[in-house]
Write a protein that binds this ligand. Structure first.
Ligand code: TYD
Ligand code: MG
Length: 463
C-alpha cells in the first residue's frame, strides 16, 4: 500500500510504516533485530503494522492542560467494594476500588479461575459479569456445582471479542467484571493472533477505558510464562492499577496471593489459601497447618519464624545430607534459592569446618511454599548441620536470622512479630542474632538464644 503525504506543494511517497516489537518485554525498534537489546532474548522481535492499533495513542485535545498547585487538586475518596473474601480483600488493601483494573497472574492450573469464579459467586449481593475466553459456559457451570455456592447475580459470558464483552457489560451494567483471561481476548482492528503482544495491549486498553469511564472494577487474569513473568508485554503491568501474583506448588494444597503492585494499597500483604475439593478456602493460621504435628525430635528438621509480607509464618525446613556417589554431588532445593543454598554450604565448610563438599544435599521447605525471607538462612543451616551430624533439633526450638559470608549471624527485622507467633505456637526457645538484643522486650515468655556465628550455633545444638 502506498500513502501520499502532502507537504506544502511537494508530494512525497511514503511506505506503510511498520515497527518491530519484542514479544517478551515490549521493546520497540524501527528495524528488525535478532536480539532484543532490552531483555536480551533472541528472535522475539515481531513485525507489526503501525496502523494495527499499536501506535501510541495520541492525545488530540485542543485544550492544553494546566499545571495546578497540589493543594488545590480536588479528589474524592475512592470507593471500595467488599469482595466477600477476607484474603483477597486484605491483599487488595481493603477491598476492590471501583473503576480500578486488577491483573491476577499465575501459572496454568494454580487456581486463578477457581478463585475468581468463587469471588463472583460469593459477591451474591453484587452483579458480576464473569467473562471466559477459555471455558464454555457449561464448564463454568460444572465448576460452580463443585464449589457448592450459587448466585443469581453472577452472569457468565463465554466470549473472546473485547468489543462484544464491553457492549455486553454496558448492557447488563455489572458492579464487577472478571476477564478470564486477557490473553484470549481479541480486538477486531488488530490483525494478529490472540495472546500476541499487540492484541493483549489493545484489549487491555479497551477494558481499562471501560473500567475508568463506567467506574466498574475489572479483574484481568493473565497467564505466566515458564520463567515466571506475565506473558505479553511488560506494558500490561504498567497499564493496570494492581498486579497480584497467585503462586504455590500445584502438588501441594497451599497457594499464596501476593501483591506485586498496588496503586491503592500496600504490597506487603499476602493472602493464603488452601485448595480443597470444593474451591479455595482462606487460611487464618498458616503456621498451624505448615508445622507437622510431630511429637518426636527428628534429625534434619528445624523451624523458622519467617515473615511473608506482613504475616509471620512458622515453617519447617527439612534437609537430608548423605554421602555422594557422583563426582559432583547433588544439590536439590525446593522452596529455597539454590544459589543461596550453595552459599550456605560454602560458609559451613569454610567457616565451621563441616565437610559437605562430598555430600549430596537435599533441602525442602514444607507446604510447597517458596520463602524469600533471609531469616530462613539460620533454619536451613541448622537442618543441614542436624542431618550431617545426626543431632536431632529440639522440636520446641525455632530460628530466625540471616547468615553472612563470613559465617556471622546477622539480625533480621520485626523480631516482635516473630516472637509473638513462635510463643503462640508453643515454642520454648528462639535462636536469633546477638545484634537483635536491643529489639528484645521483657514481655515474652519464650527464651531467646543470641548467637553471633555458625560455630556458636553448632555449640548450642550439641549442648
Ligand atoms: P483453575 O482455577 O482452572 O486454574 P487456572 O485458572 O489458574 O489455570 O484450577 C486448577 C486446579 O484446581 C485444577 O487442577 C483442579 C483444581 N480444583 C480443585 O482442586 N478443587 C476445586 O474445587 C476446583 C474448582 C478446582
Ligand atoms: Mg483458568
Amino acid at each position: 500500500m502506498t500513502v501520499y503525504i502532502k507537504v506544502g506543494k511537494e508530494q512525497f511517497m511514503a511506505k506503510e510504516k511498520s515497527v518491530y516489537i519484542c514479544s517478551n518485554c515490549g521493546y520497540h525498534s524501527a528495524s528488525y533485530l535478532g536480539k532484543c537489546p532490552q531483555c536480551n532474548s533472541w528472535g522475539t522481535l515481531e513485525q507489526h503494522s503501525v496502523n494495527s492499533g499499536l501506535s501510541a495513542k495520541t492525545n488530540h485535545n485542543t485544550v492544553r492542560p494546566k499545571a495546578e498547585p497540589i493543594s488545590m487538586i480536588r479528589y474524592s475518596e475512592s470507593h471500595r467494594l467488599d469482595v466477600n473474601d477476607k484474603e483477597l480483600n486484605r491483599v487488595l488493601g481493603g477491598g476492590l476500588v471501583t473503576g480500578s483494573v486488577v491483573l491476577i497472574g499465575g501459572e496454568p492450573g494454580i487456581g486463578k479461575s477457581t478463585l475468581l469464579l468463587q469471588v463472583a459467586l460469593k459477591c451474591a449481593d453484587k452483579k458480576v459479569l464473569y467473562v471466559s475466553g477459555e471455558e464454555s459456559a457449561e464448564q463454568i457451570k460444572l465448576r460452580q456445582l463443585r464449589m457448592k455456592i450459587s448466585s443469581d447475580n453472577c452472569l457468565v459470558l463465554s466470549a473472546t471479542d473485547a468489543d462484544d464483552v464491553i457492549e455486553t457489560a454496558k448492557e447488563v451494567q455489572p458492579q464487577m467484571v472478571i476477564i478470564d483471561s486477557v490473553q484470549t481476548m481479541t480486538a477486531k482492528e488488530v490483525d494478529s493472533f490472540a495472546g500476541s503482544i499487540s492484541q493483549v495491549r489493545a484489549c487491555a486498553d479497551k477494558l481499562t477505558d471501560y473500567a475508568k469511564m463506567y467506574n466498574v472494577p475489572v479483574i484481568l487474569v493473565g497467564h505466566i510464562t515458564k520463567d515466571g513473568t506475565l506473558a505479553g508485554p511488560k506494558i500490561l503491568e504498567h497499564m493496570v492499577d494492581t498486579v497480584l501474583q497467585f503462586e504455590g506448588d500445584k502438588n501441594y494444597g497451599y497457594r499464596i496471593l501476593r501483591s506485586v503492585k498496588n496503586r491503592f494499597g500496600s504490597t506487603n500483604e499476602i493472602g493464603i489459601y488452601e485448595m480443597t475439593s470444593y474451591g479455595l478456602t482462606g487460611v487464618d493460621n498458616p503456621s498451624k497447618i505448615l508445622l507437622s504435628q510431630r511429637e518426636e525430635q527428628l534429625c534434619g528438621v528445624s523451624v523458622c519464624a519467617t515473615l511473608e509480607g506482613r504475616r509471620t509464618i512458622l515453617i519447617e525446613t527439612q534437609a537430608l545430607v548423605s554421602p555422594s556417589y557422583y563426582s559432583s554431588p547433588q544439590r536439590v532445593s525446593n522452596g529455597f534459592d539454590i544459589r543461596r543454598l550453595n552459599m550456605l554450604l560454602a560458609v559451613l565448610e569454610k567457616k565451621a569446618g563441616v565437610k559437605v563438599s562430598n555430600k549430596d544435599v537435599f533441602l525442602n521447605i514444607a507446604g510447597g511454599l517458596h520463602v524469600n525471607d533471609p531469616a530462613i538462612d539460620l533454619s536451613v543451616i541448622t537442618s543441614i548441620i542436624s542431618s550431617h551430624q545426626d543431632i536431632a533439633v529440639n522440636n520446641k526450638y525455632c530460628f530466625a536470622a540471616e547468615i553472612g559470608l563470613s559465617g556471622e549471624i546477622r539480625p533480621v527485622p520485626y523480631i516482635d512479630r516473630r516472637l509473638n507467633e513462635a510463643q503462640a505456637m508453643g515454642f520454648e526457645k528462639i535462636f536469633l542474632s546477638k545484634y537483635n538484643k536491643d529489639n528484645l522486650t521483657e514481655k515474652y515468655k519464650i527464651k531467646t538464644v543470641l548467637i553471633s556465628s555458625v560455630n556458636d550455633l553448632i555449640e548450642e545444638l550439641i549442648k
